[in-house]
Write a new protein. Structure first.
Length: 112
């Protein structure tokens, strides 16, 4: 809600600024004031929506990067924990297989 309010106030501020600049430069006549208002409103709204989409895409990329880093760290800890020397009991191999399978499920969950 606060983000929407911030965007709306920003849009209205930009519209007011542009209208004042046009009035100062004697470009804006009372006859076309409403037309200019809507033109500036549409252009400002389009610019803010493009900015919002770009910001959302960048945020999603950051989240994906963090997920990949966590997966790599988890994989490294699992690899470091599995040391096969040949002297293990048969139950140890089952535990190793369970760790690897669990890790693969985590990867599948994060990548889908």
């Amino acid at each position: 809600m606060l983000v929407a309010l911030a965007y709306i106030s920003g849009i209205l501020g930009i519209i007011a600024s542009v209208i004042e600049i046009l009035q100062f430069l004697k470009i804006l006549t009372p006859k076309y004031k409403l037309v200019w208002f809507f033109v500036v409103l549409v252009l400002t709204t389009v610019c803010f929506s493009i900015y919002y989409k770009i910001d959302e895409v960048n945020e999603n990329k950051k989240i994906e990067t963090l997920k990949n880093e966590f997966i790599k760290k988890d994989a490294k800890s699992i690899v470091d924990g599995i040391i096969i020397t040949g002297w293990e009991e048969s139950g140890d191999y089952l535990g190793y297989l369970t760790q690897i399978t669990g890790f693969m499920l985590v990867i599948k969950k994060f990548t889908t």
